[in-house]
Design a protein around this ligand. Sequence first.
Ligand code: NAD
Length: 445
Amino acid sequence: LSWRKVLTMRIVMVGAGYVGLVSGTCLADFGHEVVCVDKEEEKIAKLRLGAVPIYEPGLGELLLANQASGRLSFSTSLKDAVEGADAVFIAVGTPSLAEVGSADMRYVYDAARAIAEVIEGFTVVVIKSTVPVGSGDEVEKILAARLPKDRFAVVSNPEFLREGAAIEDFKHPDRVIVGVEDDRGRSVMHAIYRPIERNAGPILYTTRRSAEMIKYAANVFLAMKVTFINEIADLCEQVDADVLDVSRGIGLDDRIGAKFLNPGPGFGGSCFPKDTLALTKLAIEAKAPIRLVETLVDVNEKRKIAMARKIERACGGSVAGKRIAVLGLTYKPKTDDMRDAPSLVIVPELQAAGAHIVAYDPEGVKAARALLSGVEFADNAYACLAGADAAVVITEWDEFRALDLQKVKAALGKPVVIDLRNIYPIKTMRALGFRYVCVGRGLAG
Ligand code: NAD
């Protein structure tokens, strides 16, 4: 690598979704030259004008700054983008294959075929999407069918960013995982991440298969922590213990760690549900089934339905004919992502039981409209609550924490609050005269 190349890498990001856009923008901010490519023309047209198609705090400003500097650009033409590129990242989706549950690899393999058609000089193909172990070998085969082996290297570089804090996570990761089988691939990856060598966690080089495994193992472990505390919360409700104390009490043990120990309505989102399922399938195919993970997938699915029953109980046994105000629809705050959100199970369950749902979410309504039918959407939280028989908090947006509880009580038709995220103090809610039901907080649960 020449000295110039050591400083600035030319990078193509295939897929301008949550991961591709954030990764591409941050890599440009590190000083590299990045072209983000997506097959959705409308998305690219918007991005060219500086409009960000997703909600991710801080992304708009960073994108505009790097676009203005000329380091970040957008294209629908992979062929034009890859000219002179050192690395082409694949950051396309790997959703669950319907009915089967394993990762649908069609977008990754399509992207690999398209890349094979257009790369010229030596190029590192980096798989950033979350993919089953062995996918790197498949991508290598796809490339080898068209190109001599010395023209490319295939690297696994899984992504660990969290939506809602994605930029901070990408710029200051706890670690960067690079699964690489080849020295040239390794030196390009080293050059790409050199700008954060000193202010982030270590770069861990492993084999490609180990890197692919690390991503699934990490996500499944976190999903397991959430599921564990959810079940402990249910037990706390039966034995009159407070899960918030329990969670803090165990989390202070640094072998356990305090994060991901907040009970709630079950995990959702674009990663945990599909990745837990994909790992169970991978494990079965490899003849090493992981029963722990199979169980947590099942427990989590049932939990979302159980939340609807909890809401019915809090409403006196039935929601039939009742107006239920739902605060928060996205799978977590600070994102507009609705993929596999618990609300997508809870709301239809309540509707099936006869409830009329009025909902408000600060960023998720646009995506939710397409996924939920028969829901009335309100413009703000108080409008949502007006005249309702009960309020249900599904997502813990900060603005819900900051609601004026007197005003909440005045707005509601009946003072019933079911708080699936434990955002309000029990004592205050009781003192204000609410019937307040939360998760895992003793008999109040
Ligand atoms: P996404 O659906 O938001 O984005 C994927 C993008 O790829 C879309 O814009 C789509 O149009 C584009 N695309 C698909 N095929 C293409 C092709 N052949 N050429 C050009 N563009 C193409 O997905 P995402 O949430 O960014 O996830 C991407 C991957 O990263 C997944 O494997 C996911 O598991 C993983 N991941 C996601 C997160 C997260 O928080 N979202 C975190 C870590 C890892």
